[in-house]
Write a protein that binds this ligand. Structure first.
Ligand code: NAP
Length: 293
């Protein structure tokens, strides 16, 4: 197996690189600009802007991957809402460029997608549920998924996930779990929404599932998330409880108080039956991971 990873400076990309190193899987890590992950040897790294087809062509020609794990994306939902063209270029158009290159080399193409493809009315989504995105980000991922779904080749997988958290080197953004742990420790006044429900996902569990799908050449859509769906308020309360932080300054609020540019699905969370059955996926609970962050 020769794995080409995009977005290797990102949280998931870094975890995939760690697993490749640990399991002696041949890989080439790529991201925009320089290698910011000091755990990734420079010999395994090449910069790649996924929006430039000539760069994609030379990377494929150089490395000749058997598998592509495509994690790179614009992941800031509100930025996407306000920069539709850029979002569509990176999250959709670039997928077409990479998928076409993968087909030329008969490489398995794996696309990372999101719970934001759903409208959040139902919750506990399975792979067969209808998509209905509420945001530009969600639509950009649905359109990327469609590039694969409508293609004659079936040499691809789509891995949808939910709030990914974990540790990393020089990450360009934080995540709710870290932010909450820090803010609670400082005793900050926190007003946390209690009307959005998610299943937070330990990045190492997700990376394991991505590689497992590649190893066994599993095809189709996979829902990969943490095992429990809870409100954002419950996530923060459980972090407070775990670290014995005071909840004196913690209060509940509503999504509409936040006035965010992008609409969010109220309740997502995944039915993990397929991942458990096919991959023997056994994700960690929130509490099992908190001492590791
Ligand atoms: N994080 C979540 O909560 C979450 C939830 C659902 C789905 N997902 C999906 O899971 C995947 C991985 O998420 P993540 O949290 O690991 O993302 P992340 O930490 O935001 O990393 C994304 C990476 O994409 C790279 N990138 C952006 N534009 C690029 C370009 N033009 N060319 C090459 N690389 C580019 C960035 O590279 P540089 O750092 O080098 O700029 C960044 O490292 C994404 O596809 C995301 O949509 C994530």
């Amino acid at each position: 197996m020769r794995v080409l990873v995009t977005g290797s400076n990102g949280l998931l990309g870094q975890k995939i690189v760690s697993l490749c190193l640990k399991n002696k899987i041949e890989f080439l890590a790529t991201s925009l600009g320089e290698n910011r992950n000091q755990d990734c040897p420079n010999v395994n790294y090449q910069s790649l802007d996924i929006t430039i087809q000539s760069e994609i062509k030379s990377i494929f020609n150089l490395f000749k991957p058997t598998h592509v794990i495509h994690t790179a994306a614009i992941t800031n939902v509100d930025f996407c809402e306000q920069h539709e063209e850029e979002c569509n270029l990176i999250n959709t158009q670039a997928v077409e460029y990479l998928f076409n290159a993968a087909k030329l080399y008969e490489a398995h193409f794996q696309l990372l997608s999101t719970d934001f493809v759903f409208d959040g009315e139902k919750g506990n989504y399975s792979e067969e549920d209808e998509v209905n995105p509420l945001s530009i980000y969600g639509k950009s991922k649905v359109n990327a998924e469609r590039i694969l779904l409508k293609d004659e080749s079936d040499n691809w997988s789509i891995v949808r996930t939910i709030i990914v958290y974990g540790t990393g080197n020089n990450l360009s953004r934080s995540n709710i779990i870290y932010w909450a742990k820090d803010a609670l420790a400082k005793g900050d006044k926190l007003s946390i929404i209690d009307d959005q429900f998610r299943a937070p996902t330990w990045a190492s569990d997700l990376a394991w599932a991505c590689l497992e799908i590649c190893k066994h050449n599993e095809k189709g859509i996979y829902h990969i998330s943490g095992p429990e769906t809870m409100s954002i308020f419950e996530i923060v309360s459980r972090i407070a409880n775990h670290f014995s932080s005071s909840t004196e300054n913690l209060s509940r609020s509503n999504s509409k108080d936040l006035n965010q540019p992008a609409k969010r699905p109220p309740k997502t969370g995944f039915n993990l039956s397929k991942a458990k059955r096919v991959l023997a996926y056994a994700p960690k609970t929130l509490e099992e991971t908190l001492d590791l962050i």
